[in-house]
Design a protein. Sequence first.
Length: 516
Amino acid sequence: MKKLDILICIGLIVMSSILFSSCNKYLDVNDNPNSPSVVEPNLYLSPMEANFAVSVQYDSRYLGKYVQNWCSSSASDTWDRHGYLSGSDASGEIWKAVYWEMGNNLTNMISQSKADSRWDLLGIGTTLRALGWQTATDTYGPIIMTQAFDASRTSFDYDSQKDVYAEVVRMCKESIGYLNRTDGQVSSSYAAVGDMIYKGDRIKWKKFTFGLLAINASHLSNKSYYKPEDVISYVDSAFTSNADNALVPFNGNVSTDTNFYGPMRDNLENFRPTQFLISLLDGTVFGIADPRLKVMVAPAPDGVYRGLIPTQGMGSLTTSQKPNNPWNENTAPTTATKGRFLYTNKASFPLMTYSELQLIKAEAALKANKASVALDAYKKAVTAHFDFVNQYADTPISASDRDTYLATVIPTDPAALTLSMVMLQKYIAQFGWGYHETWSDLRRYHYSSDVFTGFTLPSSDVLWPDNNGLPAQRFRPRYNSEYVWNKAALDKVKGFDKNYHTYEMWFTKTIDTELY
């Protein structure tokens, strides 16, 4: 990862030299030509967008096991057991992305954009900061926000989740105000130089920001002040189709510019689909085989799609029965390994999708007793996810196979749509990328098998010993940041408790209290 960071920085410097007609003219704006003190604000975007996507992928190797998108091919895996690695930065990559890789880079981008009246870049930067806070607090619970990036401090106090959630809303609304402006030096072509996601399209960034507001508001479903109507309104102002999906691209030419999930990076060799995932796609739960199965998941060598029970490994399966990894291999990838679905070298990685938001709307509409609205959103979501999957398919799913499936899983009577149907289709639509949102869903519904049909946690005797029989509810803050250098502040939020990772999050509680 450090090599990647170095190469991104080198690339950033190369980009900046290309963008200016004269190298001397460019260097004239800096006091020290050996260490440029001014970077054009649009050039911050690409490294931050790439690093944020990679941070999600990096931590998904652990979080993906908590939510059972996949599990280890070996028995008794720590993360399959909802455990953690003490003294390790494993599961701390989101922390690193928010505080270091975005960190002061994003602060500088925001301040420079404001000084230059580049309202579109200012809006994008403000949204990215809100995205960082939202993802970090949903992952770690209380986080450092108010005192973050204060260079005069050597220790940093934690902010409550409640305060972070409120700040995300404030920042998103502030961002929308910036993104609505067309005066000053607003320029899509200037922003597009660094923006890999939307190529400087401020309207799409505004839709993304409304999507983030919808996610924030939907997470409060257990609170007395939850407002499903607000969720619906936010979604209606967000994405209108798959064309609005937030995707981070990868070139796939060399390891350092390749999709973290691609075979060239060899990060998923020992990962296998879970029994729960396969049950959602093979007809066990929905009563009809899902055509998306053959695109999204690799079969065993004998051609059968099987999933493993987390913590149990391959068990007594024969060689031909053992499920393949996401690249459709049973061992390490070779130079000839192409991969499939989101697991190719060039596959773009989603940060937010139309299907996800429509299913958020469907859930909110059910809670608001708006069954017709819920069914409409549900139908749009599932249909659109087929189109999403086909963008990554070697052999696209046919319209007839899609329609046969939709006729079974989409009821004609709005009253027949259930919460479980919505949440299970959301699980499918977020498979392979939306781990944090899936985890938020599972935690909001307390890992319920009534809502998530067939989802089974490891038994209490198999769960990690420090858990006291409880599942994980949060990641621990990054070890080499907090447990080494910020001990006093971490101790205030009980971060040194052995079972800290099992403490329920504020946003999933019915009562409005924090952990500490």
